[in-house]
Design a protein around this ligand. Sequence first.
Ligand code: PMP
Length: 544
Amino acid sequence: MDKTFSVTEIRKDFPILNTKRHGYPLVYLDNAATLQMPVPVQERIRSHYDRDNANVHRGVHALSQASTNAMETARETVARFIGADTDEIIFTAGTTDSINMLARMLEDRIRPGQQILVSAMEHHSNLIPWQEMSRRTGADLEIIPLDSQGDLNLEALEQLLQRDTFLVAAAWVSNVTGAVNPVDKITALAHAAGALTVIDGAQGMKLGVTDVTALDCDFLAFSGHKLGALTGIGVLYGKRSLLKALAPVRFGGGMVGHTDYRSSTWGMPPQCFEAGTPHYVGAISLGAALEYLTALGPESIARWEEQLTTALVQSLSLIPGITVLGTPRRRTGAVSFYAESIHPFDLGVMLDTLGIAVRTGHMCAQPLVESFGVHHVLRASPAFYNTMEEINRLEDALKRINPVLRGAAEMMTLAEKQELMIQNINALGDCFDQYSYLIVKAQQLTPLPEEMKTPAALVPGCQSQVWLYTRTENGRLFILADSDTLILRGVLQILRELFDGENVTEISALPVRLFQETELAATFTSDRNTGVQTILRKIRNAPE
Ligand code: PMP
């Protein structure tokens, strides 16, 4: 790793990483959705507004020149970053926008009977525009299948390419499994068959140095916000020869050669594809973001992100009940998983209560997620500013949630349930906080009807009055109880939460540690202690 690549130092550029959520230090693992913006990029945006802001390509005044220069310098930075020329860089609103625009640009090129090949791991952004193209043109849409590990099946691609193919569309890196596609091989196969290639680079741009000449893709789409720039800015790269041959599909200011009332001619690429006022501040932020990543070292970023991803997969695989999607040969940046017993949204919310931000849902790759037999998943996506400790925090959180998960599946043992209650009560804080909790619990206990508060139901030896009924149904215990003091009503409610509906044999075998291992009994008098022991004995001796 570069000597200059220090995660501790890097994190200073991202103040948001130092904040807390729900009282816990934030662990931001939703980087595949959007990367946080480093301070130098924020400062660049600010300084543009402070010093140079004006519309671009519109005026002779100095400010407009400065603004235009800033945007065109950003275009140079983007071009340098991917090994392209500036006239091959079209600024768009993002990956989705790039691919939609490209699909329209290519529409009048496709011949009847040709096919469009789309990989089975695509984000909707690199699927639906091609579905639409197929619908509008009558071309066939075929899906390139994955192998059993979740990698693109290159043999199947070769087979499919035997038919007349117009275009192959594939992600560089899957936003669901993190699988890294061999873009150079895909483009070589496609070109050998005379097909064009479109690469969705939304998740791939941090895979070290990007060189479109080596990848040899015809088009590459990516988004600024996944690289530390503003939202609403993205890029469509296209080979110069292809862009020159394509016509614009958006019309308006800034893109014409000449216009009269009846017709227009187009300017040169890339301007002819950027109708209207471009998102020049976005472009400037993207230039700044790429400069920032370049200074950190793209290779170091890529290496660290892969190491974090591997650690993530390893730690998730250790947690019982968690299934990780796919086992691709190389993966980076995203790992999706689910737990059998709990909806991903519920698990996502529970992780959030522990300060951990992960994505939940179908990841806008519904066909892929559903091919794993589930509708929704969770996704943890690390970035170069994440630490191994944060991966451990996710693992610890899942382990902590695990008994609850298993409880949700009615698989948690009574001992585990007690353990979890002890943990939760102790997490409340000191004796005062735990007593306050008892009082809250007291209010949750359903009062016994007066006619049930009989002398026969009284538990002897309690400092105050406690009435207790136990009932067994199919080997499971149910408790009805009340007291004239709030403290004991709280104790009874906690015992109901522990024992109600549980198996009587399991109950009688359980050493009850709830009061010894929390502060709940800290101020119990010896009489009250004896009373609680009597209550417990009565519960444990309930007839089967
Ligand atoms: N493709 C992939 C692989 C993605 O991960 C995303 C963003 N989740 C997109 C396309 C769409 O990017 P955007 O929303 O920035 O257009």
